[in-house]
Ligand binder design. Structure first.
Ligand SMILES: [Zn+2]
Length: 166
């Protein structure tokens, strides 16, 4: 233990040198790749952006006619969202995968991306978006959020499976 270690639940220490690099992804658009080896359970990058209400999010949603379902929203437990499209970090380019090598952990309204396992240099980083929508998950909706991650267990959607309500 270091004598200088700060009190509980402080923001995880950012790596001195960034672990990531952004380039085109074979999966979707731009992606985030490891610039060097990342050990398991390492804090990689914070998901930054403007904090907005759900109402504001639905107002902003789908305003890009070329890509109506592409957003940089991250839902927080409080019901608020982070819009990574405004003052966002490179974390907004991390793609979804059904068998991800990273996960997003929320702590006090902040979202931190951590590695789930050792990651080699050059691997694309991803986490399971587990999106939840209010609308019914019709075929069309699922298509709009289609996953093409290629994992054997791919569930073909970035949406979290809903527990059936009676
Ligand atoms: Zn998938």
């Amino acid at each position: 233990m270091s004598a200088s270690s700060k009190s509980k639940h402080s923001k995880p220490v950012a790596p001195e040198k960034s672990y990531i690099t952004v380039r085109n992804s074979p999966v979707h658009g731009r992606g985030v790749f490891s610039a060097r080896k990342i050990p398991a359970d390492t804090f990689i990058v914070e998901y930054e952006g403007e904090r907005i209400s759900e109402k504001e999010a639905s107002r902003r949603h789908g305003t890009d006619p070329d890509n109506p379902f592409h957003t940089f929203f991250f839902s927080l437990e409080s019901g608020k969202l982070i819009d990574g499209g405004v003052d966002g970090s490179d974390a907004r380019w991390i793609n979804h995968a059904c068998e991800p090598n990273c996960e997003a952990r929320e702590e006090k309204g902040h979202v931190y991306i951590y590695s789930l396992r050792d990651i080699k240099k050059g691997e694309e980083l991803n986490y399971d978006y587990g999106l939840v929508l209010d609308e019914r998950y019709t075929k069309k909706v699922k298509k709009n959020y289609e996953c093409r991650c290629g994992a054997p267990s791919c569930r073909h959607t970035m949406l979290a499976l809903k527990s059936k309500k009676k």
